[in-house]
Design a protein around this ligand. Structure first.
Ligand code: PLP
Length: 278
C-alpha cells in the first residue's frame, strides 16, 4: 500500500491519524499545495514551494524545511508513475480550542499521493460547460488555504448543474473558477484576470502565460468583466489537474458555436508538449 508522510514518519495511509485538537481540523487553519508528478518526475516543484512559502508567510507561519527530500522519498515509495502529491501544513495541535494561536506549537505536516484525474483527449476536444456565480469567498483567495468551504460549495454547484466549473464574479469582474484560473480569447487576444488578493496565483496560469509569450501568442493580464466572458470567442480553465479545459457553454451562452476554439486547442497542445518533455 502507498505510504503517506506525517510529522517525520512514513506510514500506511490507514494508520495516519491527526489529533482532534489539530487547528487544521478545528479551524481550517493551514495551507496546502497539489503538486503533479509525471513519470516519477515532480512538475514545477520550485514554483509550488515558492507559493507555499508565500501562503505560510501570509498566515504568519514559518517556512517548513526539507520538503523536497520528503517528496522524492514519497515518489520512490509510490508504485505509480503519475499522480499528485497533496501537501498539507496546519498550524498544529493546541491544548484548548482557542481562535488565538500559540506561537510555540509545531506545524502538522502531511504529504500523501492522490490519483491524477486528467481528462481524456476526446473529452478535451468536445469541451465542457460552466456556470457563473457570485464570488462569495473571503478576500484572501491568493492564499492556498485549507479552508475550502466556499470553493467546495461552488464546485458542487457546478457539478450538480452538469458543469465542469463555476466561474466566479465579484463586483461584475471575473476572479477565477472554484478550482481553476480562467482565460478568455477575444479577437485573437488572450486575457486572464490580473493577480490580486481575489484569486489564486495558479502555477499553471503562470506556466501558460510564459508559454504563450514564448509562442508569440498575445496575452494580457487585466480586468475581465462578466459581459466579456459572455461575449468571449473562446474560454478555458487552467489548473495543475488539467492545464487547459475548454469551455463551450457558460450558463445559456454558447461559446464559439459550441466548438472548442483553435487558440484553445493550440494552447492545450503547447501545454501537453511542455509536460511530455519536462
Ligand atoms: N484557483 C483555485 C481556486 C484553485 O483551487 C486552483 C487549483 O487548485 C487553481 C486556481 C489553479 O492553480 P494551479 O494551476 O496552481 O493548480
Amino acid at each position: 500500500m502507498d505510504q503517506v508522510y506525517l510529522n517525520g514518519s512514513f506510514l500506511p495511509r490507514s494508520e495516519a491519524q491527526i489529533p482532534i485538537m489539530d487547528r487544521g481540523f478545528l479551524f481550517g487553519d493551514g495551507v496546502y499545495e497539489l503538486i503533479p508528478v509525471f513519470n516519477k518526475k515532480v512538475f514545477l516543484l520550485e514554483e509550488h514551494l515558492k507559493r507555499l512559502k508565500n501562503s505560510l508567510n501570509l498566515i504568519q507561519m514559518n517556512d517548513v524545511k526539507g520538503l523536497d527530500k520528503i517528496i522524492s522519498t514519497l515518489i520512490k515509495k509510490n508504485t505509480k508513475n503519475t499522480f499528485f502529491i497533496y501537501l498539507h501544513i496546519s498550524r498544529g495541535v493546541q491544548s484548548s480550542r482557542n481562535h488565538i494561536y500559540s506561537e510555540h506549537i509545531e506545524p502538522t505536516v502531511l504529504l500523501m499521493c492522490e490519483d491524477y484525474p486528467a481528462f481524456s483527449e476526446d473529452l478535451i476536444k468536445k469541451g465542457f460547460q460552466a456556470t457563473m456565480q457570485d464570488d462569495f469567498r473571503w478576500m484572501k483567495s491568493n492564499i492556498k488555504s485549507i479552508s475550502l468551504l466556499g470553493n467546495v460549495l461552488l464546485k458542487n454547484y457546478a457539478s450538480s448543474n452538469g458543469c465542469y466549473e463555476t466561474l466566479l464574479i465579484r463586483n461584475k469582474k471575473l476572479t477565477e473558477g472554484s478550482t481553476s484560473n480562467v482565460f478568455i480569447v477575444k479577437d485573437e487576444i488572450i486575457y486572464t484576470p490580473k493577480l490580486s488578493n481575489e484569486l489564486l496565483p495558479g502555477v499553471t496560469r503562470g506556466l501558460l502565460i510564459k508559454l504563450l509569450n514564448e509562442n508569440h501568442l498575445k496575452v494580457i493580464e487585466s480586468d475581465i468583466y462578466e459581459s466579456d466572458v459572455v461575449n468571449a470567442d473562446e474560454v478555458w480553465c487552467s489548473s495543475s489537474t488539467n492545464a487547459v479545459v475548454p469551455i463551450i457553454k457558460v450558463d445559456d451562452n454558447i461559446v464559439n458555436n459550441g466548438r472548442v476554439g483553435n487558440i484553445t486547442m493550440k494552447v492545450h497542445k503547447i501545454a501537453q508538449d511542455f509536460i511530455i518533455n519536462f
